[in-house]
Design a protein around this ligand. Sequence first.
Ligand code: ATP
Length: 510
Amino acid sequence: MANEDLFKKVISHAKEYGYIFASSEIYDGLSAVYDYAQNGVELKKNIREYWWRSMVFMHQNIVGIDAAILMHPTTWKASGHIDAFNDPLIDNKDSKKRYRADVLIEDYCEKLNTKAQKEIAKAKKRFGDSFNEEEFVTTNPRVLKYRAQQKNILTRMAQSLDNEDLADVKLLIEELGIADPLSGSKNWTDVKQFNLMFGTKLGASAESATDLFLRPETAQGIFVNFLNVQKTGRMKIPFGIAQTGKAFRNEIVARQFIFRMREFEQMEMQFFVKPGEEMKWYDYWKKTRLKWHHSLGLGEKNYRFHDHEKLAHYANAATDIEFNFPFGFKELEGIHSRTDFDLKAHEQHSGKKLQFFDHEQNKNYVPYVVETSIGLDRMFLAIFSNSLKEEVLEDGSSRVVLKLPAIVAPIKAAVFPLVKKDGLQEIAKKIVEDLQWDYNVLYDEKDAVGRRYRRQDALGTPYCITVDHQTKEDQTVTVRNRNTMKQERILISDIPNKIRNSIAYKDWLS
Ligand code: ATP
């Protein structure tokens, strides 16, 4: 499937099979806001659980919290969001479409990168086994030219943004000849800064109401609770606090389904370390998080690191884990070394000490922080789009199958009576009743069994269990594997084991 087609299929499949609906669809929806449907909510919950266990259960020195979405407004002054949580926006005067100026420039650089990759692939083909990629990329004039151009452009953009020189950002767009991707027009407005936070009010009367913000990230709920958790949990450095929850950003451009939403969910972990040890932990979390991604089996080649040229105001190192979405490699997770910026800022604004007393050194210090921050909705999209396949079968027919990793699949097994008579329904229903204590399972008796298999393939259910006449004689059923379509006969009493073994966290996470 071509990438554009795949992305369209992903969106329509997500709706048709009860994964994602547009928010308030009967009123024509709300831009970049989505609802998770009956199967989507299960998939999302399972992804959240997979992350939570890997962080909180698997690390003795990481605990979780669930802080409120509404926070004291000074939080956002201290964190820098009121002054600096802006994106540079630019409008196209002809198409009237709005863009993020930095994204237009980054997309241009990605094209240079693709050109360099093509040169490498061509050379690889030409030289075969004797090809030395490292030597090639450091000597080939074309690759060197593309890489240098890319670096110069990104460095200049980073400098201009740092210096608030928005006129130069526009100049760069013009010099590179960047056109509106939709209309091809190069007729741009000036670049302006736009604050992404949603404001709201606390209190009943207009005069006494306090201005608040919906949190644009979950991290600050962790920082303001640093001391509470450290003291009550008797935590020693290094330790981490994990949290999942909603965040809100008034995104300038939001045209990529659940990739960029105005209301979304983050899964964040802030790891507090001794000053000077942050780079060691930064490397540790880069490796650990990539391993977590690989454990789901979406293909290692679909991930890459992208180190930041332009660091956020709080960071001394930052990288993204990018995923190969249907629209190309894009950020899935951020790993940031946030220094002691946040805790120090909250100390200054609150007048409270946010320090750790280190018994070994016999002194107090403000810990440094390494953060891992992943969008749950983006992870959902990564898994969902990677799993959707159209397969041609041996007999020439085709099937649509959602090869979700079993550990996160919404429904673990569907149970069918082969026919609606001879007592087969009762046996199938009894199997469901026994399994549903532990697993989300589904009973289906409608249509021919072949159609029921196809329905579950498209839903992503790893196993279909069929009760037939032989079941009555020897207490066995057939179990059909979604991926291989192979069937085996097993005892009814072995079904729980079969499901349990396929979704053991120990096997997946390790
Ligand atoms: P981007 O550059 O794509 O705007 P970001 O660098 O601003 O993302 P972070 O502030 O690092 O993102 O947020 C951490 C994670 O939260 C991101 O890696 C992403 O997975 C997720 N995220 C951020 N913004 C959105 C959004 N609007 N919709 C869905 N997920 C988001």
